[in-house]
Ligand binder design. Structure first.
Ligand code: SF4
Ligand code: SF4
Length: 182
């Protein structure tokens, strides 16, 4: 079954389809996706509602709220969807659309810069210092060797991520204080 809303703004749904959410029209709003979503009950990210908003062409309501960035990309909604409507792919497409418009939460920019410069989504600098202090063996991580960082950057540079995720060459990590290893 395919549901098509004749009077809806089609720009958003067409872009979502172009960016990988080609089965979005199969959604018949059963809610199975949201029933298994690990963030639905505690955050503003409501995947069933997002699917509906895409079909209605409500791009500002989706993008400006930034709730799509709270999705953990666990694929539970994709597993549960009886229509194989690809809700996770729709989230990916929406994030790309959002990034192209420059709408990205600061936390995502931080994570992207952490990965690019340190090889980690969160900083481990404080943990490294603590290990030094107690004379523990050095921590071997993706960021321990410049060769690995060069490879990570080489891969990322081949994508559009540097521009879309606002990766800065002169970036300095700020997350040391949130490492819970005191
Ligand atoms: S489970 Fe599939 S069909 Fe049901 S609301 Fe979610 S995306 Fe739509
Ligand atoms: S992939 Fe995202 S939207 Fe789907 S169930 Fe997981 S967290 Fe929820």
């Amino acid at each position: 079954m395919k549901i098509v809303l004749n009077n809806a703004n089609k720009d958003l749904v067409n872009k979502v389809i172009e960016y990988g959410g080609e089965r979005v029209y199969e959604c018949f709003q059963c809610g199975m996706c949201a029933s298994g979503c690990p963030v639905a009950s505690d955050t503003d990210h409501k995947i069933k509602r997002t699917m509906h908003q895409v079909l209605l062409g409500l791009d500002e309501q989706i993008l400006d709220k930034k709730a799509i960035w709270l999705c953990t990309t666990c694929f539970m909604c994709l597993e549960r969807c009886p229509q194989n409507a690809g809700p996770t792919e729709v989230v990916f497409a929406l994030r790309r659309i959002s990034a192209e418009k420059g709408i990205i939460p600061e936390a995502q920019i931080e994570v992207a810069n952490n990965i690019y410069h340190l090889g980690h989504a969160v900083t481990v600098q404080k943990g490294i210092k603590l290990r030094d202090k107690v004379k523990a063996p050095p921590l071997s991580t993706a960021g321990s060797n410049k060769k690995y960082i060069d490879e990570i950057q080489k891969i990322i540079n081949l994508t559009n991520a540097v521009k879309l995720l606002k990766i800065k060459k002169d970036w300095k990590p700020k997350g040391d204080e949130v490492i819970a290893c005191d």
